[in-house]
Design a protein around this ligand. Structure first.
Ligand code: GDD
Ligand code: MG
Length: 339
């Protein structure tokens, strides 16, 4: 049976501090992966499950988000933008869009690449009659995430945000995707900075609300693109086919010299030009209109738009922002290069 849940709230108001200096150029939700904005991966997921009414809780660089994502129709969703008057935190951002919500809704952190059976999560939520259902993930290192401890029936018992270890060894963490009843709005103070993880969720638990932790039977791909390392790693995972609905391609009008070598996986955007004897790959994305000079070699790297790489340059493990020009024989291993 199709779910009746048709709305989602995506939290995209953060400053993306751990992705600086890239987030001085583009807000985190817009950093590209396979030349598509990070947030579009959430749109595609939601659209596949019939959730087309998507409300963006924006703050930092709201105008660039509006200009770049538009009405969302490219990805099969209808976007509404609601701006935090000041940074309201993760719960405050949801409270601020409350008037637009018509029933139960999906809420997501806005920095995820997620391939999850959302239908099963929605069904579990409805069957349990939960106020909030938490989509959980088992991870080896819990320290970057919010631990959520549940009993054997999935009823949440404790929220332990960013602890070093889980003594129980269960290691189920908050994946940043929730299904919520509008009842949560009664627990979020108006126009006040308020945190999901530290205030709202423990408050709901203390009030005895039914909270469900759901571990999907099929653990598809999941990444929180919060740091420079995880950004590059996610890029490589996607190039390798981690998400079946997004694949690496070579644009029709990319020009690759006959003596150059592409070592897959690589993803080349429109207008790319690769010169003689260059070696591109493995694990490389070249953004629209990038130019690579003769004899240059690039592996495990991500170049945004209009980057020019000089002849004989050697690049590994780097992310290069828009409009950078690197001289001939430039040599970089690791880090971020901005103009
Ligand atoms: N509107 C709005 N206003 N959005 C905000 C604000 C705000 O003041 N502050 C942060 N956000 C958005 C960010 O843009 C991001 O998409 C999302 O909230 C989560 O913030 P992060 O800074 O990425 O949190 P995290 O990755 O450290 O931890 C969270 O995600 C983990 C899973 O990826 C927590 O929810 C953890 O419990 C969780 O395990
Ligand atoms: Mg995050």
């Amino acid at each position: 049976m199709a779910s009746e849940i048709s709305q989602a709230v995506l939290l995209v108001g953060g400053e993306g501090t751990r992705l600086r200096p890239l987030t001085y150029r583009r807000p985190k939700a817009l950093v590209p992966l396979l030349n598509e904005p990070l947030l579009s991966y959430e749109f595609r997921l939601l659209a596949r499950y019939g959730i087309a009414d998507v409300i963006l809780a924006v703050g930092y660089r709201a105008d660039s988000l509006r200009n770049s994502l538009g009405d969302g129709s490219r990805w099969g969703v209808r976007l509404t933008y609601v701006e935090d008057p000041q940074p309201l935190g993760t719960a405050g951002g949801i409270g601020n869009v409350g008037e637009l919500l018509r029933g139960d809704f999906v809420a997501m952190n806005g920095d995820l690449v997620y391939d999850v059976d959302l239908g099963a999560v929605l069904e579990a939520h409805t069957d349990f009659g939960a106020t909030v259902t938490y989509c959980l993930r088992r991870v080896a290192d819990v320290s970057r995430y919010g631990l959520i401890r549940c009993d054997d029936d999935g009823r949440v018992q404790a929220f332990l945000e960013k602890r070093a270890v889980d003594e129980t060894g269960r290691n189920t963490v908050n994946s940043g995707l929730y299904v919520m009843s509008p009842e949560v709005l009664d627990f979020i103070p108006v126009a006040t900075t308020y945190s999901n993880e530290l205030e709202l969720f423990p408050g709901l638990l203390a009030a005895g609300r039914p909270l469900l932790g759901h571990v999907p039977a099929h653990q598809g791909y999941w990444a929180d693109v919060g740091t420079l390392d995880s950004y590059l790693e996610t890029s490589c995972d996607l190039l390798g086919g981690a998400v079946p609905w997004m694949t690496a391609t070579i644009a029709d009008d990319a020009v690759v010299d006959a003596s150059a070598r592409l070592v897959g996986p690589v993803h080349l955007g429109p207008g790319v030009h690769v010169g003689p004897d260059a070696v591109i790959g493995p694990d490389v994305t070249l953004g629209p209109n990038c130019t690579v000079g003769a004899g240059a070699s690039i592996c495990r790297s991500l170049l945004w738009e209009q980057v020019t790489v000089g002849a004989g340059a050697n690049l590994q493990n780097v992310v290069i922002a828009d409009n950078v020009t690197l001289p001939a024989h430039a040599n970089h291993n690791g880090g971020v290069i901005c103009p």
